[in-house]
Every structure is written in C-alpha cells, then in structure tokens.
Design a protein around this ligand. Structure first.
Ligand code: KG4
Ligand code: ZN
Length: 343
C-alpha cells in the first residue's frame, strides 16, 4: 500500500485445501502453512512492483484476536522486518483492519478518505458487532452474546455435509430457496441490544432433522459454484426443501442485523455506515443493507468483495490511519493474543 492508501498489490494465499478434509480450520496446520507460504507470498506481492522489503517505510502485522500460533508467525516476521530495516512497526487489531476496509478501492485508486466519526458493522466468522468510531476511540454498541454470524452459517452448512468454509455455499444455496416456507426466530434483544445466533442455529438444525425424518432425496445435479478449491458440480445440491430452509435461515440472520441497525438509527440517527468482514460478502445482506440505507439517507460503505474476507491490505490501511494520526507505532515486544477487546 502506498501513502494514499492505494493497494499496489494484494496477495491472499488460501489454506482452504489443507483444512477441507477436516471440515474446519486446524490450528497446527494453519501456523505451519503460514510459515511455509510467506516467502512466496512476499515475493509475489513485491517483485511485480520492482520493490524489495527495504523500500517499505512502515511495517504492519496482525496482533489478534485469532489463533495464536498463526498470529505468532506473522507478528514475528513483521517485527523482524521492522527491526532489520529500522522502520516503525504497527501491531494491528484484526477488527480494526476490517473496520476501515470499506474505504479501500479496487482498481488501483487511492482509498476514500475515512470520516472522523462513523458507525461500523463488522460481521465475520469470529465476530458480530456494531461499533461507534470517533478518531482513535472505538466504542462497542452491540455485540453477540453467543455465536458469530459466520460461525452459524459454517455450522449449519457442516451439518449438511458441505465443505469448509460453508458460509458462501449456504448463501449460494439460499438464493434458490423460498424463505417464506419456514419461520425461524429473530430474537429481539430488548434492553441493552445484543446479537444472538445460537437459537437460530438450533431451530434450523431441528427443522433440518424433521425434513430428514420425512426422507429427502438429494438432487442428482451438482451445485453450481465458483468457490475456490471445489470441482465443478461438487458438492451435490441439497433438495428444494433444504434450500428453502437455508433461505429462511439466511433471512432471519440478516433480519437480526437490520433490526439492531434500525433501533440504533432511531435512537440516534447516524449519517454513515461502514460494513465489513467475511459475511459482508453475503448476497442478501448486501441487497437488504442497500435498501435500508437508501430509505434512510444513510451513506452506506460496503466493503468491496475483494477485501471482505481476511486480507493484508486492510491491516496495512489500519496501520496507515494510525500513522496519519501521528501514532509512532508499537514496541517490538508486542505480543499476539487470542482475545483483545476493541473498545
Ligand atoms: O472475516 P473472515 O474472512 O474471517 C474471520 O475473521 O472470521 O470471515 C470468514 C467468515 C466465515 O465464517 C465464512 O463462512 C463467512 O465469513 N462468509 C460468509 C459468506 N462469505 C464468507 N457467510 C455468509 N455468506 C457469505 N457469502
Ligand atoms: Zn476477519
């Protein structure tokens, strides 16, 4: 990334194939893959630009939250580079990376200048939260009491035998379903508003068991998908009632997000909403948010699809914001952590 927040190159090395046989992320495999992949990833990012590590003025890496073994690899590399080059080092909070990602541009344009204050919805596999951001200060307005939204998409998909990560496939299948066929819960979260997705997950699994007891034939056709790492026609498409159930599940999950946004907006209208995280790729969520924001005159900044899932550009951009605010960076004894609050 250059000083205008222009993404000069972005390389994401996918580990999905290594984890797929296990149906989820295996921490030990994840750290080993990080260790094995970084030289090729760094070369692929720098060489086409004719740059070497010594040309970098700032170095950033993720501090957490996440899997400590994997974080250790990236953080140690970042610290080593910064130390060897004598450059400032930024240990970035993963969610701070997501939070600013809607301002990144694709196609080589500079990043849009982020406003001083904003409301941000971050939806991923580990987090579901709404933040109020004012300069360097971040306050949590709503967060999940149990599962994250991406997590329940993955769990329900796993129950159906879909390969990891199941979220994008559940979304794809839900496109062919009729959400009106099943009624699934949207918890109100009265009082201090919160998100809760575990009740929705259990209700969907119970409904799935009922369908299975009625005996369902799978479609012969394979699922049309362009998900990386999957062969054409793989996995096989579940029958129509299951697709209807997935549509109802997705609709209830998205309705919960919009309910909380609506309540916050009614209490204290906000002019701009930034939406990010892996689940921000969800097709229904993107459509519903656009409609909701349009009706209320809210300036919606939806993360570009290329930067919705975890990526390094968003970490560089969060570090650049800190640098622009005059933050000199972190000491080289910065440690990774599996859990770190963000306001
Ligand atoms: O931000 P991210 O890449 O990693 C974390 O920080 O967790 O988010 C990954 C999560 C996974 O749970 C994945 O299934 C989910 O985002 N996801 C989706 C979609 N695309 C990715 N969930 C629902 N619909 C999608 N289209
Ligand atoms: Zn993430």
């Amino acid at each position: 990334m250059d000083g205008d927040g222009r993404v000069l190159s972005s390389v994401v090395s996918s580990q999905l194939a290594a984890h797929r046989p296990y149906g989820g992320v295996v921490p030990e495999i994840a750290s080993r893959e990080h260790l094995a992949s970084w030289p090729a990833v760094a070369a692929a990012a720098l060489e086409p630009l004719g740059l070497a590590p010594r040309d970098c003025d700032l170095v950033a890496a993720t501090r957490g939250p996440g899997l400590v073994g994997s974080l250790l690899v990236g953080l140690s590399l970042g610290k080593a580079l910064a130390w060897a080059l004598g450059r400032p080092f930024y240990a970035v909070h993963h969610l701070e990376g997501h939070l600013w990602s809607p301002f990144l541009s694709t196609g080589g344009e500079p990043a849009a200048p982020p406003p001083g204050a904003l409301v941000a919805l971050v939806v991923s596999g580990g987090h579901t939260a709404i933040f109020a951001v004012d300069g360097a200060a971040t306050r949590t307005l709503v967060e999940t009491r149990d599962d994250a939204m991406g997590e329940v998409f993955d769990k329900l998909g796993k129950r159906l035998g879909l390969p990891y990560p199941q979220g994008p496939l559940v979304d794809r299948l839900a496109e062919d379903g009729d959400p009106a066929r099943f009624a699934l819960p949207v918890p109100r979260g009265d009082g201090a508003p919160f998100f809760s997705f575990s009740g929705l997950k259990s209700a969907a699994v119970r409904q799935l068991e009922l369908l299975e007891r009625q005996g369902l034939e799978s479609d012969e056709t394979g699922l049309e998908t362009d998900e990386p790492g999957l062969e054409p026609g793989e996995p096989s498409a579940p029958p129509q009632p299951v697709r209807d159930l997935l549509a109802a599940f997705r609709a209830a999950a998205v309705a919960q997000l919009l309910d909380r946004l609506e309540r916050l907006h009614r209490e204290r209208p906000f002019p701009l909403l930034a939406v990010s995280g892996g689940v921000a790729a969800n097709r229904l969520l993107r459509r519903e948010l656009a409609g909701w924001a349009g009706e209320r005159g809210v300036d919606l900044r939806l993360v570009p699809l290329a930067y919705a899932g975890d990526n390094a550009a968003m970490i560089a951009f969060a570090a650049l914001q800190r640098h622009r605010r005059g933050d000199p960076g972190d000491a080289l004894d910065a440690e990774p952590a599996s859990r770190i609050p963000l306001g």
